[in-house]
Design a protein around this ligand. Sequence first.
Ligand code: NAP
Length: 499
Amino acid sequence: MAHNEKPTALIMIFGATGDLANRKLFPSLYNLYAKGQLDKFAVVGVARRSLTNEEFQLRVKESVTEHGEAAANLDEFVSKFYYHSHDVTDSSSYIALGKLAEELDENYRLDGNRIFYLAMAPEFFGTIAEHLKKDKLTNVTGFKRLVIEKPFGHDLESAKVLNKQIRTAFSEDEIYRIDHYLGKEMVQNIEVIRFANAMFEPLWNNRYISNIQVTSSETLGVEERGRYYEKSGALRDMVQNHMLQMVSLLAMEPPIKLTTDEIRSEKVRVFRALRPIIGEEVNDYFVRGQYGQGSMNEKEVPAYRQEEMVDPDSNTETFVAGKLMIDNFRWAGVPFYIRTGKRMKAKSTKIVIQFKDIPMDLYYQREQTVNPNLLVIHIQPEEGITLHLNAKKSGQGTEATPVKLNYANKGIDGLNTPEAYEKLLYDSLRGDATNFTHWDEVALSWSFVDNISAVWENTNEHSFPNYESGSMGPEAADKLLKNDGFFWWPVTEIDVDNC
Ligand code: NAP
């Protein structure tokens, strides 16, 4: 479907009374509607609690008002929302749901197109998919697509089971696995920066790049997600999906065309080239951390082990730093360092591409230091690109001084960039799966991560908690780079706003 075409579909949201639907999905759908990007559509919300259509519409209205920018057409928008009270484990209720779907399809002339958005816990995905098929909700005359949230399994084995279940009702090209990082403006921009600029692609290899650093730090702690997080940890929650996805976009070969299949197959090749880290090597390549007490914004905050629903002796990591090696011709010898954690000093997602030093530093002879060139991609909260160069200090002499060329997305557009969910919802409605993860990517990234969790789960980390809340993680994470002669570029000092 072309970019200006307006999709038509019945959107069925399972888990329509939950946090994700409320904070992200309703406001995103409304934004698409307000921009005129949705044509004919209706929404069926599904959850257990009993609500009338009117009560549900009121919730949607409140969600848009609270989390989005509501305008006059909000009543018209919510009039297309219907509610079906239904326990997804109860087989008897799918028939009634199917009837409602058919009625809406006819009344709104939706061409038999259906999106099934599962905004609920993954343990229900298999049951729902099986019922949708058995009770013929997937027997449609138009398209049918399944949109699902992370986590996609807990490890490779469970991901395989889940995949098998959903594949009973949907083919791979009908499955849209959301990784909301892939909906972020600047993550999508990695591709454009690399493949639309003559000045980067020729340098994008081991001859000119010394190392790449990907940081995604949060200031928040585990909040009320203790129960989920205890079983997940930062490795499964962040590395298996978001961090490895960013690495694959940075490392992939230029695709022969910018189509979904070509891009995905290049990303898969990166995962295939990722050096497996097994057994004792894990300690050389990866560092885990867990936050202790500390002070954030001058307020004392508790240690992870003191949080609600967390085991007081928990071995779960809230921080991971790692060194990834991509064993192919382009990247041989170039470390990709990743780090992610909770309760860190700053909320920041950034990529720093550090170029190699020039072959002969003439300024060194004059006892001056010349900084390496950096390309910094600011993903969030600020969005933009900064290029760190050296130029002449103005005035007498030829002394070099660092300069930063800066492109700040918000500063230029003066607008908030669209929420990742809005873009991803629109893509799923248009049938563009480029920014969703293919099963092959999921499987390969789990097998990489499983090797690390196998070691960590079998050895208690006696140094936990090993970083203070409000710091940038454990010292061992700094050592990881120091051993290679590098250091983490401080995320706050290279902020686009500070340039
Ligand atoms: P949530 O707030 O706990 O919502 C769960 C929803 O599922 C509720 O609407 C609940 O409504 C419904 N539900 C639970 N059991 C049901 C059953 N047996 N039959 C029918 N409906 C049932 O969860 P959430 O935060 O929205 O997260 C949903 C999914 O998105 C999870 O997989 C999560 O990991 C993922 N996710 C969420 C976020 C986020 O920002 N929240 C971000 C990334 C990924 P009733 O109680 O009325 O049944």
